[in-house]
Design a protein around this ligand. Structure first.
Ligand code: CA
Ligand code: CA
Ligand code: CA
Ligand code: CA
Length: 350
């Protein structure tokens, strides 16, 4: 009888937890509180119903064939044995290229080294696809991966979408989070650049979607590409953008330091604290309090950029069906990477 009471009590707690969306893990259940065998039992048949799994109504399918944006990023593996990144780490401008451990930089993480990314839209979804270093080992994508959207194109982000440790080639909401900056303090006092005085802002503070959290259980999804184990894909309902057709998108990969509440990182840390992966910047090298992190410049989606948008990639890549390099880019800065049957070229001129 006592055991039955425990089962009923725990079941009730679980049902209540999921109903309230508290996100409390079962590990924190106060099991000891159910040990009182004198407590009244509630033997209604409904009390022992297990929580039903989330019923998904809308699940993303395959990505469109033509992307809305493409971006490239530095390949740190080429200089990893020298404990440095080749370029692309510009803290002042919010650019990071540090897929390494802090201080010693003697560990290089291919699963955090973004090589390039594509962004797609259809009538229902927006999609991001992040390409990581293929080092021919079967490493695990054990970081956090995602993208940031700057809706009003002022350099301060509004949305952050992340998937942690994607493990399936099927679309899944496991580990997917959607964050929003409700009080508009991402970007600090000078959008797109590090603030002179560090901010105490709360960054992305509002979790719109997460495990057992959010009004729409189908809002955001992640997976490993079914055709390439080094590609992470995300899909989010386009309705989240409330009809805004033009925005900037930048990609992120990281571990613990990819913390939503600390955006923008260059407003929460000084350059001295964060360090740099560029050995040329001898006053700041190596990376210190901000490590195991990579991002890209921002691509313009849905509009022709002027080139002055904060964080914008230097030259928007041409459509992927053309595999010749972008015009007016010095040849030594042209980098091309394969995406399935496509070849995407971009310019990483500093
Ligand atoms: Ca980067
Ligand atoms: Ca990179
Ligand atoms: Ca700033
Ligand atoms: Ca905020």
């Amino acid at each position: 009888m006592a055991r039955k009471s425990i089962i009923i009590f725990v079941s009730l707690l679980v049902v209540l937890m999921f109903a309230c969306g508290t996100g409390v893990s079962p590990d924190t259940l106060p099991l000891e509180a159910s040990g009182d065998s004198d407590s009244p039992t509630t033997e209604s048949p409904t009390a022992i119903v297990e929580p039903t799994p989330v019923q998904h109504v809308m699940i993303p399918g395959e990505l469109p064939t033509i992307q809305s944006g493409a971006v490239g990023d530095q390949d740190s593996s080429i200089t990893a044995d020298q404990k440095r990144a080749p370029s692309g780490d510009r803290f002042t401008f919010g650019r990071f290229e540090r897929p390494f451990n802090a201080n010693t930089m003697d560990m290089y993480y291919p699963a955090l080294d973004i090589q390039g990314a594509l962004f797609y839209e259809d009538s229902t979804w927006i999609y991001a696809t992040l390409n990581f270093k293929n080092d021919s080992s079967s490493y695990v994508l054990n970081g956090k991966y995602g993208f940031e959207i700057d809706l009003n194109v002022d350099g301060g982000g509004e949305w952050l979408v992340l998937v942690s440790q994607p493990s399936s080639t099927e679309w899944s909401t496991n580990g997917v989070e959607v964050w929003f900056d409700t009080n508009d303090d991402v970007g600090g006092s000078t959008f797109g650049y590090s603030d002179k005085v560090l901010t105490d802002g709360n960054g992305y503070e509002t979790l719109i979607f997460g495990t057992n959290q959010g009004d729409d259980p189908d809002l955001a999804w992640g997976r490993i590409s079914p055709s390439d184990p080094y590609i992470v894909q995300l899909a989010v309902k386009k309705s989240m953008l409330e009809g805004d057709p033009a925005y900037l998108v930048g990609m992120w990969a990281g571990t613990n330091d990819l913390e939503p509440s600390l955006f923008d990182f260059n407003d929460h840390y000084t350059h001295e604290q964060a360090g740099t992966s560029l050995i040329e910047l001898e006053n700041f090298y190596p990376i210190k309090e901000i490590s195991e992190l990579d991002n890209t410049c921002r691509m313009a989606i849905g509009f022709q950029p002027t080139g002055n948008e904060p964080g914008l990639c230097p030259l928007p890549p041409k459509p992927a069906q053309e595999d010749d390099p972008p015009a007016s880019c010095p040849p030594q800065y042209v980098v091309c990477f394969p995406f399935g049957n496509q070849v995407v070229c971009y310019c990483i001129a500093p």
